[in-house]
Design a protein around this ligand. Structure first.
Ligand code: ADP
Ligand code: ASP
Ligand code: MG
Length: 824
């Protein structure tokens, strides 16, 4: 190689980087400005997807079907098309000839495979290598076409492996010597196909899928290169797999050990073995993006001191290809030598164990194995512990395949206490059960086995916990698009950017439902267009909506019920059990029979989620939260006294101003302050439900039937079957009675109010006269007022007062509950 003191760089371009002519041009743009100032070895993968196509063609050919030819034609087309686009007219014919020669060989090989009807490892190695042979030839020619001198070097004559054809083990001594010898030649730029190697017999071998990274690492190590650059389609090693965790971001610097651990646990951006030669020769690795070369990417070197935000966690990855074997039994407790027998039995069969966890009671031991070893391991252990199993000292050995590992990686995690607690809390909050956990002896990772179905949710939840703890995504499901629902969606739409910018909260509305149709979109529904989206959605029931949203299995999910419908409340328990929080102004669930009420609240705490319903009483006024805060801080509530109905308060305020009852009710109805059937308000049941909910907060085990309710309507009014009968009954029976009560109160200088009370474990609602010294005397309009007399607020009760009805304040209260869940 050119012996000057220029920097020596090894650059590897992956499959997507060289997928087609357009991408290869980007590769050339990266090489061109450096070609004169540096010495370079450029290692390339096959054109993206070609290795898979080769494998597919080989499988088809081996099974005797001639459709392998179609796959071959696609491979041929991809390469010829790339040449046509990439190479200028002058040299194109020669390059096409070179490509065709290789394609011709490939076609012959496939014909041969079809004839013998078998694809051996030797045949596979030969077959899959064509991808790199073709790509490196084309790119070498394209560089020349761009006046960039380079020499194509056959990596099969450099890298020597044993006879494991598709995943050879490298003989470094020989390999390094050959590479050093190559470098002795005067060449500025070598072009080398990745992935392929050969054995001592000169037969072609491979370095394993994804092995082009390894080719580059082996060369950089042999040459003591200044840098190894892995050029790919993302801007470096990221905090998690960006395809699964949308908010993953680039790790600027990471240590070899951390990178090794992350790639070992499935962060496939870099092939795990790649790191080892670079680490041994202390060659820094840069992971760079071919499509955004200006991005810094990731630098992998020795010890990295800096923390990531509040911890030393560097990344989170997952690994799918595992099985979990569990052996348990009372006979294992305190028996010396069980582990030794277990491991030697497995070792004798060369079964390697990826992870071991043991309950502290020694009652059970779980092993993580490669799925291909699991059944054999089971047989081996059944034989080893046959006697114990027969005597029921050890239970039958279990194997689970539908599991995966989540690993949190960071070399200095041990310097930050509480990492595993945070890991488990994040999983638990999202209803994910950890099956087995181990901290690697190196303390480089904490890994935990979870059900495979929860992988995406777990990765996102754990990633959020460690990297975005102040930066959360909430997935909202909104049921009911009446006035409150609509207002809420508008409020969310107008606050969305603000929450994102100032609080780093992404409030993503993922589902919207009304009684007969719904939309679900895990990327979030654009709130400007929700009515249209809902309009064109196909019909579906609330049942289906709930089932589908549970199946979506998204982290940080919140279900918002904006209806007053009992049917919706029937789903709450199922939602809470699926670790989905529930927020609602709907009073029905909290006023349901006590047992049901209790079950719901228990489910919320058991599954670590929240059930929030501040708007059940007094719309957006902070009533329930105030009460809960007092109780949690050790105060004792002695009495609650409250005006809790906007409609009744309006009516009673009108009475105090001298209006008669009939007119007051008529006006309240006309102004929309009452339900369409005013009896729902006048009967006092709505107020009774509210005081019931408050009483239950205080700990009273009451039911609605325990409440002493004074109704404003008499028997005749209650019996009315139409509007006319109703108004006649109000005029003839209720109005005279109540007007008389008003007159009496006025005479005594008092005002009538509809008041709810809770005291000494009993709740009631009644029409009561209050004097001007009473805090309720001046309450008017639709305002609510609540007075809490407690141990701490005995002489002077704590009073909450303000608008207790209206879509705006109710929706704002629901919104506040949602934010409360985020901040929890
Ligand atoms: P190449 O073809 O360049 O070798 P790979 O497909 O082998 O590229 O690796 C790059 C891909 O690895 C990315 O597109 C990304 O989806 C995936 N990946 C998985 N985990 C991570 C991670 N932690 N950081 C970056 N990329 C990751
Ligand atoms: N082309 C090979 C593969 O797809 C090697 C590589 O790209 O690293 O596995
Ligand atoms: Mg790769």
């Amino acid at each position: 190689m050119d012996g000057s003191n220029k920097q020596l760089s090894v650059l590897k371009f992956g499959g997507t980087s060289v997928k087609n002519a357009t991408n290869i041009s980007k590769v050339i743009d990266i090489i061109r400005p450096r070609a004169n100032s540096e010495r370079m070895v450029v290692v390339v993968s096959a054109l993206g997807g070609v290795t898979d196509l080769l494998q597919e063609a080989g499988n088809l050919a081996a099974s005797g079907v001639s459709s392998y030819k179609e796959v071959f034609y696609e491979i041929r087309y991809r390469h010829l098309d790339t040449v046509m686009e990439l190479i200028g007219a002058d040299t194109r014919v020669d390059v096409l000839a070179g490509v065709n020669t290789r394609l011709y060989e490939l076609e012959n090989l496939l014909t041969g495979i079809q004839m013998v009807g078998e694809l051996t490892p030797r045949g596979t190695a030969k077959l899959l290598g064509y991808g790199e042979l073709l790509s490196s030839f084309i790119i070498s020619q394209a560089l020349k076409d761009n006046d960039i001198d380079n020499v194509w070097m056959d990596s099969r004559s450099l890298i020597l492996t044993d006879n494991k054809f598709v995943h050879g083990t490298v003989d470094f001594k020989q390999t390094d010597a050959r590479i050093v010898q190559m470098a002795a030649q005067e060449t500025k730029l070598w072009m080398v196909p990745g992935f392929i190697s050969s054995n001592t017999k000169g037969e072609q071998t491979l370095l394993g899928r994804g092995g082009s990274d390894y080719t580059a690492a082996i060369i950089s190590s042999a040459l003591k290169a200044d840098i190894l650059e892995i050029w790919t389609d993302v801007s470096g090693m990221m905090t998690s797999d960006p395809r699964v965790v949308k908010r993953a971001f680039t790790i600027p610097r990471i240590s070899y050990n951390e990178a090794l651990e992350l790639s070992h646990f499935g962060s496939k951006v870099i092939y795990p073995s790649t790191i080892i030669p670079a680490l041994k020769s202390k060659i820094p690795i840069k992971v760079k993006n071919t499509f955004a070369p200006e991005d810094e990417g990731t630098l992998i070197t020795h010890n990295i001191a800096e923390a990531n935000g509040d911890s030393y966690v560097r990344g989170v990855s997952s690994y799918d290809n595992i099985s979990l074997l569990t052996m348990e039994g009372s006979g294992m407790v305190g028996v010396v030598g069980i582990d030794a027998r277990l491991f030697s039995a497995l070792a004798r069969k060369e079964i390697s164990v990826m992870m071991v966890t043991q309950g502290s009671s020694e009652h059970s031991i779980s092993l993580v194995l490669s799925p291909s070893d699991a059944e054999e391991a089971k047989l081996v252990l059944e034989k080893e512990f046959g006697l114990e199993i027969q005597m029921s000292m050890v239970e039958p050995i279990r194997i689970e395949h539908d599991v995966c590992i989540i690993a949190v990686v960071g070399e200095r995690m041990k310097d930050t206490p509480g990492i595993s607690a945070r890991l488990f809390a994040a999983l638990a909050r999202n209803g994910i059960s950890a099956r087995a956990t181990a901290q690697g002896a190196s303390e480089l990772n904490i890994s935990t086995v979870i059900p495979k179905k929860d992988k995406v949710k777990a990765l996102n939840a754990v990633h959020e916990e460690f990297f975005l703890s102040n930066n959360k995504t909430i997935n909202l499901f909104v049921v009911g698009v009446g006035v409150v629902g609509k207002t809420l969606l508008n409020q969310i739409a107008s606050q969305f950017q603000n929450l994102m910018d100032h609080n780093a909260i992404e409030l993503r509305v993922v589902g919207i439902a009304r009684s007969n149709r719904f939309v679900l979109d895990e990327h979030g529904i654009e709130l400007e267009h929700w009515p249209e989206r809902l309009e064109v959605a196909s019909a579906g029931t609330i049942d289906q909506f709930v089932q589908q949203l549970i199946d979506m299995n998204l982290r940080n999910s919140v279900f918002v019920d904006n209806t007053a419908n009992e049917l919706i409340t029937k789903h709450y328990k199922r939602l809470l059990q699926a670790s989905i929080s529930v927020v609602t102004p709907n009073k029905i669930a909290n006023a349901a029979p006590y047992e049901q009420y209790k079950e719901l609240h228990k489910a919320a705490s058991k599954y670590g989620v929240q059930f929030l319903y501040e708007t059940n009483v007094g719309a957006g006024l902070p009533i329930i939260n105030t009460l809960q805060d007092m109780i949690h801080s050790g105060d004792k509530v002695e009495r609650i006294e409250a005006i809790l109905s906007g409609s009744l308060n309006f009516i009673f305020s009108s009475l105090s101003q001298g209006k008669d009852y009939l007119t007051a009710v008529r006006e309240a109805k006309a102004l929309g302050y009452t339900e369409p059937d005013p009896r729902l308000d006048l009967s006092g049941t709505d107020v009774a439900r509210k005081i019931l909910i408050l009483s239950r907060e205080v700990g009273a085990e009451l039911n609605i039937s325990d409440i002493d309710i004074e109704s404003c309507i008499g028997e005749e009014c209650a019996a009315a079957t139409n509007d006319a009968e109703f108004w006649a009954a109000v005029e003839n029976f209720d109005a005279p009675r109540i007007n008389a009560q008003v007159a009496e109160a006025t005479k005594a200088g008092k005002r009538l109010k509809y008041i709810a009370r809770f005291e000494h474990g009993k709740a009631s609602t009644q029409i009561a006269a209050v004097g001007s010294e009473h805090p309720f005397y001046n309450i008017s309009g639709s305002d609510n007022i609540i007075a809490f007399t407690t141990m701490r607020y005995r002489t002077n009760p704590l009073i909450v007062i303000g608008p207790g009805a209206g879509a705006d304040v109710t929706a704002a209260g629901v919104f506040a509950d949602i934010i409360r869940i985020i901040n929890h």
